[in-house]
Design a protein around this ligand. Sequence first.
Ligand code: PEP
Ligand code: MG
Length: 753
Amino acid sequence: MAAPGVAIRGQRSLLRQIREALAGGGPAQVRLDMVVRIIARSMVAEVCSLYMRRAAADMELFATEGLDPAAVHVTRMKPGEGLVGEIMKLGRPLNLADAPEHPAFSYRPETGEDPYHAFLGVPLLRGGRAIGVLVVQNRTARVYTDDEVEDLQIVAMVLAEMVAAGELGAHELKGVEIAPHKPERLKGSKFGDGLAYGVAVLHEPPVAPSQLLSDDVVAEEARLNAAVDSLQSQIDTMLEGNAGLVDASFEVLETYRMFAHSDGWNRSLVDAVRNGLTAEAAVERVRSEHRARLGQARDPYLRERLHDLEDLNDRLLRHLSGEGHVARDLPENAILIARNLGPADLLEYDRTKLRGLLLEEGSAASHAAIVARALDIPCVGRLAGLRDAVSEGDMVIVDAEAGEAYLRPRTDVVKAIQARIDVRRQRRAEFAKLRDTPAFTRDGAKITLLMNAGLDVDLDILGETGAEGIGLFRTEFQFMVAEEMPRFNAQTALYRRVMDAAGDLPVTFRTLDLGGDKVLPYMEAEREDNPALGWRAIRMGLDRPALLRLQLRALIAASGGRPLRVMFPLVANVDEYRAARALVDVEVAWAERRGRKPPSRLDVGAMIEAPSLVFHLDALLPMTDFVSVGTNDLMQYLFAADRGNPRVAERYDPLSPPALRALEQIQRACAETGTPVSVCGEMAGRPLEAFALVALGFERLSMPPAGVGPVKQMVLSCDREAARRGVSALLKSGAGTVRNEIETLARKIYAAV
Ligand code: PEP
Ligand code: MG
């Protein structure tokens, strides 16, 4: 083997020659022929062939040095067929001393490859997807060295990026499938309602080919090492529980640490840089290979590790750029594509241009999904294979009504979607006309429709929706999107803005509901086996009274003599409510002692989210000024099904006898004691579920802004007494769900309008 310095210089000059050959003028075929010749010469190979992916996923011989030129554009391999098809399918190199011995070997007489035994083939990877295969062959049987494999992979990466960037001229490579181009329809889950058609924007865009090759290998290696060092120490610090910068549970951090310190990962990066790539390109090369390798894994644990590695790569790229996330310019109709997102990530994008969101993973109860709903951005999640199937700039449809995504849709599909978008727009216009119409059922029951909020941005919408107030203000959102713990002044300022924006309309602030799946990036979190059943919400507030008291103090200060409504999340025991309520009194007394104006009226309530409370309402209700049913959590605990776990989150139906009976019991107890009660879980914003709630006697519903119009329309056409009779009968049903029956009932009642 040559001394490393020589190898590096050789490799870099090879990359430059390839780049020059590709970027030079002339027909694409001539340039590709030149490229395979350069590679063959440089690798001392008798054969070098380039196969490119065609539509229908065939690999076609595009250029060769050493095989019969007549086979070019004639020899084709299907995925899994022959060694080339095998490489394409597996997405990783094959290094064989004697190719014809391999079971996948498929003899193609037209190529004249009989005399060659040694075979090394590597995929041209883009985003973990093979768009071509590069092969070198030699007569003498031998295994290629690791360095040779690495060299050929780097050449393949540069080729892939340059071809994909159109350096060969797109028209000259007609039929080559650089990126998926056929229309595709992916099934996922509804995370946020609505429809959108727009341009795909990748949350993590690929590195531009102009940044692939470094000018100074030594300096580049130093830059890489510095970034890896700073990444490693950041992860170590996070793990030691000091001020971390990113949200991640202990287990994930452990895995990060393992990868970040792993020799294999570091060595692959350094090798790639020594071979002439920029540090960024090296990260992408190693990432592509991991994706291709681990993406094949059946084992969900291994696939999860791939995601950890992806995050780690993203973090390293950020360390290399020396800055955090840079806000990007979006096209007018942007559809954001990501594996998963934190709420802060989503808020960094220009909301006026963001039309939709597609996620490969996530769950409907995840933060990003809740924020997407709050921003009224249609969102579909759990779209398996999304990121490999879509390229930046593709046209895509988000159909969050059906929980589907269409990639590169055909014109007739676009037309159909546009028609549906128009219908939605018309319906919205109709809802807007209803904005000032009070929501009375046909038989005269007044239903108060309120809005859920949690961010400044929600305040603009309040007036537009016609909601009669904010029934749930999720104060933890401010904490979740901040870089550090919001201090007293920041809290007070937000609460004041909310009250100012609401004017005379009531706002119900919920105290911090952290823990569970709501992890703060900057707060040390102990690992828990069952976070949803763990140290969260009011439990945390009572154990850390300073935090809760500071928040109550900020709320009282913000009210400045106006009415104040506060409620506590996840109360599971009446003593918790007593203790929390006592803190409110302490803070009011504190404000008064300092001569500050106390709230002109103070209403304190509890959220009913833990089933235990349902059986102790007689003790709880007399102590409260109001209660609010958090059906998202109540259902999670009633059915013992983690709302954040996509496997079980949608397994049970709130429109089922046990859930409806629990809700009815709460409503009845509140009616008997005269305690105002609202429902503020997501179900309150879905017309059919809201219909059932109205039938059960609930008169206050708080929901995502987009739900107000459709629910009001339902209320206006609903005969509550008829609905009550119908739903009461269904409570006795022996069925696991009564959704269809409620739907039939609702239809009958609407039809009677
Ligand atoms: C609920 O649990 O229903 C609720 C409204 O609270 P969150 O979704 O914020 O947990
Ligand atoms: Mg809740």
